[in-house]
Write a protein that binds this ligand. Sequence first.
Ligand code: GLN
Length: 211
Amino acid sequence: SFSVGVLALQGGFKEHLSAVERQAGVTGVEVRTPADLASVDALILPGGESTAQGHCIVEASMLKPLQEFAASKPVWGVCAGMILLADGLKQSEPQALVGGLHATIERNAFGRQIDSRFRSMSLQGSAAAAGVSEAAYFIRAPAVAECGEGVEVLATLPDGETAVAVRQDNLLATCFHPEISGDDSWLRFFLSTVAGRDLDEAEPHPDLTTV
Ligand code: GLN
């Protein structure tokens, strides 16, 4: 079956593995080594702390393998994972990045932990057409400061200005965490639209109240 790896070096990878396992015809794999990575068809870079993740990636000799993987295979970066996919960061100390996503990301754009909450967003383009969830948890979340060539904005904050989900070919990146509210809609968007898998009818996702 189609195997979806979740980078399992640091951060919230368990919830993604559970979400992957909920999908029919898809297997979840914890990815920690270049050999693990070579065995999967698509990859999720989970949230956590991107500086720490960068150190872990370098330590595990995973930087180059991840860069090669992201050059052609489907990758979904969530929060810290989005930061890792970025070609550049806004006003940040240098840190190890996988890169490939032609965007500049601003870390911690919503403030500190106390500002972490469930937020509404406004869907755009193919995400609006796919009917993914319009609200999710933002946890010490980044924001997309600038998009380069080939980057489609999939969601913005209700202000319509700040992009919080983007796609560039095989790369999907979201500032928010659908996996922690048991919401599989963005995973299913990743598998169907980005990775080109045929999926069964979508399970209805839980009806969550927006704060
Ligand atoms: N603030 C974290 C960072 O900058 C990301 C937070 C998250 O992944 N939820 O790396």
